[in-house]
Design a protein around this ligand. Structure first.
Ligand code: CS2
Length: 493
């Protein structure tokens, strides 16, 4: 029988597999991470693993899942160890990461998690809970007080289940115990993510107790970050391939591209690992990097996801091999997304987008368009709508963005071009579905009905005829001609 990956098999792994070169027993927990999914394990945990390797043992990670026990169930029996498979056309590198020392499941062990959040050694609480995990209104960036989890947390007080609720309760307990607060490090693709999460947490804290709200605003640091690494969901084929290469079973390896970038605002009153010695950039202002990444990478990603899915492409690499779609993305960058971004210091955006085109074409990653298409209501505002707003303010065109937004509308309309149902995974799915059913496949009805969804479209943009008309016309083409003919014609349109 093949052994399970664990501390005791580390010494027997093939020589080419990198593994923790430090004594994991000497590591203390300095970081609690909420949302221990594949992205965290392929990104922040890897930078932290490098810090532990050079001997700063204060920064082990306690990883918590807010809903499902599946990560704990997979990694618990592996002593928290897992494999990172870095893949490109040139091959694969395997590394066993040791930074995760402890795994908790919030709904099963709420007090254990709160105790860990309130431990004196816990200096940083980082998060990757996805855009929807912050229970906010994506169009305004404010707390959604009517969100079911927020209502629950306000009623339950000391037994919260949302990420903002857990942060508020832990900060309340630390303050009552006279312990300095931890730094909250949001690593999700939200606009001005630190400031946004700081606002949401302060708003929730203020609803519980105005003095606590003030404390969060004045005493707790929420540095902004830009995080970047393409990490497709792990498949059974990945598990089998990694297991065969290791000679040991890893029930949940993570697969990623070689590229990785982390830009962090340097504001950590309680201290931090020296991530900058291992490739992260610690800067004063993350905004230029964030704009570049959310718009050029994620904006293009969402466009590829909706257009590519509708055109029948299963993965981003397949979509980028479609000459019409690749040409469209090139134009979206050159004519609209890049002009909406002031370049960060030292960055040439033409080089940046050329590198993105290569990354998207990585043949060794199977990044599904359907995965990126999820939660569009939470993603569109910062990825495509904010650039559209900025371009219109300068009197520029938004034709390509309008086609991408129309593709989202076509996607949420619920059936693909062959009449097959499209599965919609989105916190607003029920409403979007109802709107689509009522409007039917008619651009003139569906576009205005969706533009009226205020959580997604700010009124100034939705009501701007330059945007509205472009989106409606593009949706009309998608319904009338289909996505392939629309894209083939998009070049000269
Ligand atoms: C993707 C991102 O699923 C998505 O919405 O656009 O997860 C993307 O792969 C990462 O942000 C890359 O850093």
């Amino acid at each position: 029988m093949v052994e399970r990956l664990s501390e005791s098999v580390l010494g027997r792994l093939p020589a080419c597999v990198e593994r923790p070169a430090y004594d994991r027993r000497a590591v203390r927990t300095g970081i609690v991470h909420l949302g221990i999914g594949a992205f965290h394990r392929a990104h922040q945990a890897v930078y932290t693993d490098a810090v532990l390797t050079v001997g700063d043992q204060r920064w082990g990670i306690c990883g918590a899942s807010l809903r499902s026990p599946s990560t704990r169930d997979a990694l618990g029996p592996q002593d928290g160890l897992y494999t990172l498979a870095v893949r490109s056309g040139e091959g694969e590198r395997l590394r066993v990461v040791g930074a995760v020392r402890e795994l908790l499941v919030a709904p099963e062990q709420p007090e254990a998690l709160l105790a860990r959040l309130c431990a004196a050694d816990t200096r940083i609480v980082s998060l990757t809970v996805t855009e929807k995990g912050y229970c906010h209104d994506p169009a305004t960036g404010n707390l959604d007080e009517n969100h079911p989890d927020i209502r629950h947390d306000l009623a339950a007080g000391s037994e919260p289940r949302s990420a903002p609720g857990l942060l508020v309760e832990a900060l309340r307990r630390r303050r009552a115990a006279g312990l300095a607060p931890f730094t909250v490090l949001c690593c999700d693709n939200l606009p001005e993510n630190g400031a946004t999460v700081g606002r949401i947490v302060a708003q929730l804290a203020g609803l519980r107790d105005p003095a606590l709200g003030r404390f969060v605003r004045e005493e707790v640091a929420f540095p902004c970050t830009m995080v970047d690494r393409i990490v497709p969901a792990t498949t059974d084929a990945d598990r089998a391939a990694v297991g065969a290469a290791l000679g040991a079973v890893d029930t949940w390896p993570v697969v990623a591209e070689p590229f990785s970038q982390w830009v962090i605002e340097d504001r950590f009153p309680a201290g931090r690992p020296s991530w900058e010695e291992h490739g992260a950039m610690l800067v004063e202002d993350v905004r230029p990097f964030e704009h570049m990444k959310l718009r050029c990478l994620n904006g293009a990603h969402s466009s590829i996801a909706y257009l590519g899915f509708l055109a029948g492409h299963e993965t981003v690499a397949d979509a980028m091999a479609d000459a019409d779609l690749a040409r469209f993305i090139g134009q979206l960058w050159a004519d609209e997304l890049v002009p909406s971004v002031p370049p960060p210091p030292g960055v040439d955006l033409a080089d940046y987008t050329a590198a993105l085109a290569q990354r998207f074409a990585n043949p060794a990653l199977r990044h599904r368009t359907a995965q990126i298409a999820m939660d569009g209501s939470q993603k569109l505002p910062q990825r495509l709508l904010a650039p559209a707003r900025d371009l219109l303010a300068e009197g520029r065109q938004v034709r390509h963005i309008a086609l991408a937004v129309a593709a989202w509308m076509r996607f949420v309309s619920g059936r693909d071009e062959a009449g097959r149902p499209i599965e919609l995974s989105d916190p607003l799915a029920g409403r979007l579905r109802a709107i689509a059913e009522e409007a039917g496949p008619a651009a003139g009805r569906l576009a205005p009905a969706l533009l009226a969804v205020r959580e997604v479209f700010e009124p100034a943009l939705a009501d701007d005829p330059r945007f509205r008309d472009e989106v409606t016309a593009a949706l009309c083409r998608l319904f009338g001609q289909g996505v392939r003919r629309t894209l083939a014609g998009a070049g000269g349109a």
